[in-house]
Write a protein that binds this ligand. Structure first.
Ligand SMILES: [Zn+2]
Length: 211
């Protein structure tokens, strides 16, 4: 479990990234850290991209309905204007932000903010997602969380899309994606095919009875 660093008299802040596949508990971990910062009387603000309107306009909601109030913004540069006097800046669904996000987070850290960003490290194609690679490169602390593969029970690193649509930005729900390990992800829709029901036995038995 991540233990918050505590550097007395440190002038600069730092960047933490929580990344992983869908259903890996990224948002839960973000909420846990932010709640602890609030308990420690830190001034906390949370932001998410306007594109993420799955459940609620202003709340960050994780899949287990744990939530915390947040501000939807259009562009990462707004973080610089909206976080004066703030100690801890939370960013959820960071993968949907623009490519300036890493630069903005570094600016916030230099100002003395603790920045905690959570996001998908890979899209459903298994490719690095949006500004996350840049953010990982400049972060002081990285936590990679894992879901459980729905097919084999191993640790899941990939988000497999069950609906075949072209767009990278398909906001995820349980019916659209499933977490898979590397091997099961590679097997693709082979895993969707169920073994054929073998009811020829009963038919042949019937035939036998009448022969
Ligand atoms: Zn698997």
């Amino acid at each position: 479990m991540f233990l918050e660093p505590h550097f007395k008299a440190q002038r600069a802040g730092w960047i933490e990234v929580i990344c992983g596949s869908m259903f890996s508990g990224k948002t839960e971990e973000l909420i846990r850290r932010l709640k602890r910062a609030k308990i420690a009387n830190q001034k906390v603000e949370i932001f998410k991209p306007k594109i993420d309107v799955r459940y609620d306009d202003v709340k960050i909601v994780s899949h287990d309905s744990n939530y915390i109030e947040s501000t939807p913004i259009d562009h990462s540069s707004q973080l610089l204007e909206l976080t004066k006097e703030v100690n801890v800046v939370g960013v959820d669904e960071a993968q949907f932000f623009d490519n300036d996000l890493a630069e903005v987070c570094q600016e916030l850290a230099l100002r003395g903010c603790r920045v905690i960003a959570a996001g998908l490290d890979m899209d459903f194609r298994g490719k690095p997602f949006g500004p996350i690679p840049d953010l990982l490169a400049v972060a002081e602390y990285i936590t990679k969380v894992h879901a459980i593969c729905q097919h084999c029970g191993n640790l899941a690193t990939h988000s497999y899309r069950l609906i075949q649509e072209g767009d990278t930005v398909l906001l995820g729900e349980k019916e659209s994606y499933e977490p898979r390990c590397r091997t099961c992800y590679k097997m693709g829709n082979i895993l969707d095919f169920k073994p054929l029901q073998n009811d020829t036995n009963s038919t042949s038995t019937d035939k036998d009875l009448f022969s």
